[in-house]
Design a protein around this ligand. Structure first.
Ligand code: SF4
Ligand code: SF4
Length: 484
């Protein structure tokens, strides 16, 4: 018998529905494993050891032949490795030809009628400076048309045009003319454009609602919850809360615009950490189809920022809600906790990310002046500019970005089992925390791994007990921008 020392491989073992499973990082595959393989992986997780020691320690429960067979299979799928053989390096593959643009986020204004103190656009963590005069407050019709032309040049057959702000609807006029132009140009070129926007709902007047419904807009509403929660941060410039204005507007939108599900996007802060209460209010009392939560992006030390215990509490509350999602899925019912749906969709598609999101290639943000940046959160930042809608993308800059931000460059991530779904996390978060988009978000690894473990477990349970439920994810593809 060999004296080679064996180690657990590039994988994560988890339990679902009373059975052990393994998530294989190199292939992003989820597999159920038998008792022998589970025992082998458990023993190796406790301490690296030789095959002979392993066989001895498992004797009485499994025969030597069973252990040997299991080791052979686990080595083949790289769930076990020898201690001499380091984890295989993640290959650094960067596309040689430009990736078609799938989502363009148009910042039609950087102005807002609210003054949310946690907002990255206006708060202390603001990265896009407008005082040098390079970024106008409003996108002009001319720049919006040039952006549409740019998008249709860069996209394949289909593209998503997302309007963003500031408060997007403050520039409703440009929104309407841009939609008309995009429809006409896309029809001439035989392409399809899908429209969406993010809004704080303060300006959802009947004419606006009619326009959104008629043009089949995907709508995301930024709202934080019931009155006391919403009014804590989402306030007007005079400090007045916005709940009483937005709640009836949203109900009117939901009543009229029924062709697409409308979602809420909640920013969680240390002071408003009540996931279930917020979810129940937004679904049962307001009527949203689904609700997604995002912990606030903030540099540490801000009063609303999460510390380590905060992330633990977010995870605990998310896990509770995730069990509700699982129960609903097993019974074939809808549940609107979109954080679970999004992660299940990625697991189902076998997502294996070299970059955390599509920012910089499949997804681009356009500033009010027409500068093209990594995503909407960087739109207008000279340091994160990839080109302009009129001159196109600087391919050398784009390629350098993709090379320097590849997960293979992030030492901790390159050996982390959660990398297929995380790949280091949001560039904007990294920039806010560490001052560099190249840094992985190591402050939330426990949270990411804990959440991924929960969703893997739910995925495996659903795939055993109600696999039909997962069919809804078969057609999912592109990366959608996070709204805020
Ligand atoms: S940021 Fe942390 S959790 Fe995410 S891939 Fe890197 S090491 Fe893993
Ligand atoms: S995850 Fe971060 S970097 Fe990526 S698109 Fe969203 S905000 Fe931008």
């Amino acid at each position: 018998m060999s004296v080679t020392i064996l180690n657990p491989g590039d994988c994560h073992v988890f339990e679902a529905g009373g059975r052990r499973h393994v998530y294989l990082a190199p292939s992003a595959a989820v597999m159920a494993i038998d008792d022998t393989s589970a025992a082998v992986l458990d023993a190796l997780a406790e301490r690296p050891q030789t095959a002979a020691d392993l066989t001895d320690s498992l004797a009485g429960r499994f025969t030597a032949a069973e252990v040997a067979e299991s080791l052979e299979e686990l080595s083949r799928i790289r769930a076990v490795r020898t201690i001499e053989a380091p984890l295989k390096r993640v290959p650094r593959i960067v596309p040689l030809t430009p990736v078609p643009l799938s989502t363009m986020v148009l910042n039609v204004t950087n102005q807002c009628n609210l003054s949310c103190s946690y907002c990255y656009e206006y708060g202390e963590d603001k990265i896009v400076q407008t005082e040098n005069g390079s970024q106008p407050k409003w996108m002009s019709e001319d720049t919006a048309r040039a952006s549409v032309d740019f998008m249709l040049r860069e996209a394949g057959e289909r593209a998503s045009l997302t309007f963003f702000g500031g408060e997007t609807l403050l520039n409703f006029k440009v929104l309407t003319t841009t939609v008309a132009y995009a429809k006409a140009r896309a029809a001439e070129l035989g392409k399809r454009v899908d429209f969406s926007l993010t809004t704080n709902a303060t300006l959802l007047k009947p004419a606006v609602i009619e326009f959104l419904a008629e043009n089949d807009f995907g709508v995301t509403i930024s709202i934080d919850g019931p009155p006391d929660v919403q009014n804590k941060f989402r306030v007007f410039h005079n400090g007045a809360g916005s709940y009483d204005l937005v709640a009836p507007n949203i109900k009117a939108l939901l009543a009229r615009h029924r062709s697409r599900p409308i979602g809420a996007r909640v920013t969680l802060t240390r002071e408003t950490l009540q996931v279930r209460r917020i979810y129940e209010h937004l679904t049962n009392e307001i009527g949203f189809w689904e609700v997604g939560f995002a912990p606030v992006t903030s540099s540490p030390g801000r009063p609303h920022a999460f510390g380590d215990e905060g992330f633990e509490e977010v995870l605990r509350q998310f896990r509770e809600m995730a069990q509700d999602y699982r129960d609903a899925a097993l019974a074939g019912r809808h549940h609107g906790f979109s954080n679970v749906r999004e992660t299940l969709s990625e697991i189902h598609r076998g997502a294996s990310k070299a970059w955390p999101c599509g920012a910089g290639f499949g997804l681009l943000g356009v500033s009010t002046s027409g500068d093209v940046a990594l995503c909407h959160r960087f739109a207008g930042s000279d340091d994160h500019k990839l080109g302009t809608v009129r001159d196109g993308i600087n391919r050398d800059v784009q390629r350098a970005f993709l090379e320097s931000h590849h997960v293979a460059n992030k030492t901790d991530c390159a050996t982390c089992w959660a990398r297929p779904l995380c790949a280091g996390g949001c560039y904007h978060e990294a920039h806010t925390r560490y001052g560099s988009t190249e840094r992985p978000n190591l402050h939330y690894c426990d949270w990411i791994r804990g959440w991924t473990d929960t969703c893997l477990s739910i995925y495996a349970e659903i795939s055993q007990a109600n696999p039909d439920f997962l069919r809804q994810f078969d057609g999912d593809d592109d990366e959608a921008p996070q709204a805020s």
